[in-house]
Each structure stands twice: as structure tokens, then as C-alpha cells.
Design a protein around this ligand. Structure first.
Ligand SMILES: Nc1ncnc2c1ncn2[C@@H]1O[C@H](COP(=O)(O)OP(=O)(O)O)[C@@H](O)[C@H]1O
Ligand SMILES: [Mg+2]
Length: 505
């Protein structure tokens, strides 16, 4: 459908045109148009990025002393759409044109078929995420292999539709028998039910709490759990952990407490300890008594007791095979944990997943299935360096972001504060679903960290509506404004109708 004619000077990146009479309603922001390239006649595709409306009877200089309401100027008015050139369709996707566009050339609306072809992905291996914002008739697909193996991020301000979109992705990936572990700090996903896949939820207060084996904690993990751990206490803890690692198959906080208590007795009154009953040679303890004071031992015991009471760290952790399994969505509810425990849970589970998949690739043991880890409030788990003390989970998330591809472990970071997200991790996310963002600091951080995000894209972010996203990166063939499709499953964490609730009472 012909909608206008090119006017003014054109470049290889953009052109302007005047709209043919009656075609105004078709020409809108983000709509796709085509023009022939000069010399080759190949079809150049572009997107309307702006529309300048001028009136020849009303030049800019006039406006100072005009009383607008009394004047009708429609006749001299002409809108001029400004088109950003996306390229010419080639075997490798879109290529920028090499020849110019002649002024006067006819401009057509791109056909649905052309756009579908441009956005085409193998349906067996892609996720139907929505349709073009400007056309319901053109579906938008994302490559699942790319999303999972090269990581992704869903970024937007609160209420823009991140969790809703994450739910759509989960639905799509689970249709392919996916394996997903979702860390859910706000119980938004615990109600998800999927038709043909299992949903396993941890942590709803019904005895299904996630358990972390004490033996999977490093001294740094303890230090993160115990913010007031002094360096002498830490040294002591190091020694005790050295003993249990060496002489015990598995252990829990009580084991640590027993050893510390023996040490305390020995130090206090040189009391004879029952050496026969000890699992490890008594001289280990004797050497330690020389180095630490009673106060340190007592203080460390109190701190370990604090961890014990959290009911998360036991002899056995939840088996990884139960957490991560094919055709299963696992939701780990973090809402009952404080920040530090949440960080430990995320890092221990992610470390196990990563190491297990690494083993699998190296020698065939370990988790047999690739999987995707999804993290809400990702800025808390992989905070940028400027956010003070780094979260303990950042290291493993960086590792997965850098090396996960080799081992079939992907991450999907979801965050409403992209500015607070670690730039290292963010820059490794090769696909971005970006929704409405108005905060300039967040916009700037995304622009600097993500290669595919250009100035143009950033400028469009504030004007996106709820449920609308710009998708860029390796999982999509063309960065396009997309309306995210309707959810098939129940949506958690809905906005509460406050006035409605008040009026009922
Ligand atoms: N694509 C969409 N279609 C319909 N409703 C949506 C869509 N995206 C978001 N919503 C609604 O908007 C509200 C906020 O979405 P949500 O995903 O919770 O935002 P966020 O996680 O970014 O804070 C919810 O009530 C949700 O149901
Ligand atoms: Mg949300």
C-alpha cells in the first residue's frame, strides 16, 4: 500500500516523506515502511520514528502573538514522518543499504508477510512472546537457545509488566519441556500451574522449605550470614570447618557447636575431654586452645546458634535433582528469608547447578539437562560495585554469565533498578526485554552496559505502555517494539484495587 513520497535530502540512515491523502491513519510511530534503493531497486525497510507536523501558514516565528483558538489552519498543514532505515533483507538478516534513496520515490507500508519473514524463527525452537506493537497480525518470536545459552534480562520500572512477561516466557519455555529455577522474593510465581509440566514450590511454610547443607557453605558464606563476625572469630571458624571437612562425612550447625563447646571446656579448665569419643585427633583442639580466647569461642558459638535457628542450614541440603529436573518449573520462595539468607540460598543453589552441569559436560555425571535460572530483584543478588559491600551471590552470577553458555546454564535477570545491577553481569546478557523506564540513571546504565541498546532505543523507553517492550539482542532478529501476549496461566502479585477494597468494608 502506497502511503507517500520521499521529500528533502535522504541519507543511508534516514529519510523523510509526505503522506498521501487519506493515508494518515496508517502512518504512525514505530510503523514499518519500505522504499526501493536507487541503482539496485532492492527493498529498503525502515521504521517511522517521529512525525513532524508543520503548517505553511503558521511558521515557527508566528507563534508568539497568535490566538490559536480563533484560527483554523488545517489546510496548510502537512505531517512529515521521519524514517529510520533498518536495512535491506539479506541472507544474514538486515544489511544497511549501500546506495541512496531518491527524493520523490514512493513509500509503501511494509507488508505483514515481509515483517513475518524478517522476524521468522524456527517455531520448534522459539517462544511466542507477543506481537508487534503496531500490528496484531505480526507475531514476535524469540529464539529459546539464544535466550538461555546467552542469558537475558527483563528490565523496567515497577508496574511496567516484568513479572507478567517473565510468566509468559515461563509458559513458552515449559511448552518445550524446559527446566527452570525461579528465585521468587515476592511469592509472585508460587501459584503458577502448567498444563503439561510439573511445578515444584519450595518455602510455603508447609514443610517444603529449601534446605542448604552446612557443608556447602564456605567461610565467606558464614561471614555474609554473620555480619558482625570479627576476624579472630573468622579464623577460628576456618579451623573448625577445616576439621569437619577433613573428618566428617556431613555435618550441621550442631556439629560445629559441639566442637566449639569441646574447645571451650578444654580452654576453660583444661578439663579432660572424652578423647575416645572424638571423631578427630584431640591434638587438633589442643593446638587451637593456644590461639584463641574464651570470649572468642563463646561469641562464635552464639553466632552459629543464630544460623542454626534459621532452619535453612542442615545436615543435608535439598537434593539438586529435586530442584532441577526436566519439564519442571521450580519456584523457590524467598519471601520468608532476610536478605542475607536469600543471597546464600541463591548462591548455594546456583553454585550447585553450575558445578553439576560443568561435571556433566566434562564427564557425563551431574545434571543431565540444561536449565535456566530466573532471578527477580536481580539487583539485590548481583549489585553493581558502587552499591557498597557486594552480595555473596554476585560471584556465582558473574561466573554463570561468563561461562554458563559452555555448560548449558542460563540466567534471566529481572530488575526494576537496572542502575544498581552489576555491569559485568548485565553486559553478558545478550538478549534484553526492556519495558517502560523513565529514570535517566537507569536508562544511561543500560545504554552503557548493553551493546545493542542505542540512543534511539533509550529515547523510546519512557513512552512505552504497560505490557509493551523493546526487545533487543541475539534472541530476536530485529529489535522491535512488542506488545507482550496475554498470559495463559494465573497471574500472581496483581495490583490491589485499594479503593474497591475500602468501599466494600
Ligand atoms: N502484557 C500484559 N497484558 C496484560 N496485563 C499486563 C501485562 N503486563 C502487565 N500487566 C499487568 O500490569 C500489572 C503490573 O505488572 P507486573 O508484571 O506485576 O509489573 P512489574 O513486575 O514490572 O512490577 C499487573 O497487574 C499485570 O497483570
Ligand atoms: Mg514484578
Amino acid at each position: 500500500m502506497e502511503v507517500g513520497q520521499v521529500i528533502g535530502s535522504t541519507t543511508l540512515r534516514s529519510f523523510r516523506f509526505v503522506i498521501r491523502e487519506g493515508m494518515e491513519k496508517h502512518v504512525k510511530r514505530d510503523e514499518f515502511v519500505t522504499v526501493p534503493e536507487s541503482v539496485t531497486g532492492k527493498t529498503i525497510i525502515g521504521a517511522v520514528k517521529d512525525i513532524v507536523v508543520s503548517n505553511e501558514l503558521l511558521p515557527d516565528e508566528f507563534s508568539r502573538d497568535l490566538r490559536m483558538s480563533q484560527i483554523i489552519f488545517e489546510d496548510g498543514e502537512y505531517p512529515v514522518p521521519i524514517v529510520k532505515i533498518l536495512g535491506i533483507e539479506g541472507p544474514e538478516g538486515l544489511e544497511l543499504p549501500r546506495h541512496g534513496i531518491k527524493p520523490g520515490t514512493q513509500v509503501s507500508l511494509a507488508q505483514d508477510e515481509d515483517l513475518k519473514r524478517l522476524l521468522h524463527q524456527d517455531p520448534e525452537k522459539s517462544a511466542l512472546i507477543g506481537h508487534l506493537s503496531t500490528r496484531n497480525s505480526v507475531p514476535v518470536y524469540m529464539s529459546i537457545n539464544e535466550m538461555v545459552s546467552r542469558h537475558m534480562a527483563i528490565l523496567a520500572m515497577t508496574g511496567a509488566g516484568k513479572s507478567y512477561t517473565a510468566g509468559v516466557l515461563i509458559e513458552e519455555l515449559m511448552k518445550k519441556g524446559g527446566s527452570i529455577v525461579m528465585f521468587d522474593p515476592h511469592t509472585e510465581y508460587v501459584k503458577m500451574r502448567l498444563e503439561n509440566s510439573q511445578v515444584k514450590v519450595y518455602g510455603l511454610g508447609d514443610g517444603t522449605e529449601i534446605q542448604v547443607a552446612a557443608s556447602s557453605l564456605s567461610t565467606s558464606d558464614y561471614a555474609s550470614l554473620i555480619p558482625d563476625l570479627t576476624s579472630t572469630q573468622r579464623d577460628l571458624l576456618d579451623e573448625v570447618i577445616g576439621i569437619v571437612d577433613k573428618f566428617y562425612d556431613k555435618y550441621d550447625m550442631n556439629t560445629l557447636l559441639e566442637i566449639l563447646s569441646l574447645l571451650y571446656d578444654l580452654k576453660k579448665n583444661g578439663k579432660k575431654v572424652d578423647e575416645e569419643a572424638m571423631v578427630f585427633p584431640p591434638n587438633y583442639l589442643k593446638a587451637m586452645t593456644k590461639k584463641v580466647g574464651l570470649a572468642t569461642i563463646g561469641a562464635l558459638m552464639r553466632r552459629i546458634k543464630r544460623i542454626e535457628r534459621m532452619n535453612v542450614f542442615g545436615m543435608d541440603g535439598t537434593p539438586l535433582e529435586e530442584i532441577a529436573s526436566p519439564n519442571r518449573l521450580t519456584v523457590i520462595n524467598l519471601s520468608e528469608f532476610d536478605e542475607r539468607v536469600s543471597e546464600i540460598v541463591v548462591s548455594v543453589v546456583c553454585r550447585k547447578i553450575f558445578n553439576s552441569r560443568k561435571r556433566h559436560v566434562q564427564d557425563g555425571n551431574g545434571l543431565a539437562n540444561p536449565l535456566l535460572v530466573m532471578i527477580e530483584e536481580a539487583h539485590n543478588f548481583a549489585p553493581s560495585s558502587s552499591e557498597g559491600e557486594p552480595a555473596i551471590s554476585r560471584a556465582i552470577l558473574r561466573k554463570i554469565a561468563r561461562e554458563g553458555r559452555k555448560f548449558g546454564v542460563g540466567v534471566c535477570l529481572i530488575s526494576q533498578r537496572p542502575n544498581k545491577l552489576d555491569a559485568d553481569v548485565l553486559s553478558q546478557c545478550n538478549t534484553q526485554i526492556i519495558m517502560k523506564i523513565v529514570n535517566p540513571a537507569d536508562q544511561e546504565h543500560i545504554r552503557q552496559s548493553v551493546e545493542d541498546v542505542t540512543e534511539d532505543i533509550v529515547n523510546d523507553l519512557p513512552s512505552l505502555s504497560r505490557g509493551e517492550a523493546l526487545i533487543v539482542g541475539s534472541a530476536i532478529r530485529l529489535p522491535v517494539p512488542t506488545k507482550i501476549r496475554q498470559r495463559e496461566t494465573e497471574v500472581g502479585g496483581q495490583d490491589i484495587d485499594i479503593v474497591g477494597a475500602w468501599m466494600k468494608k
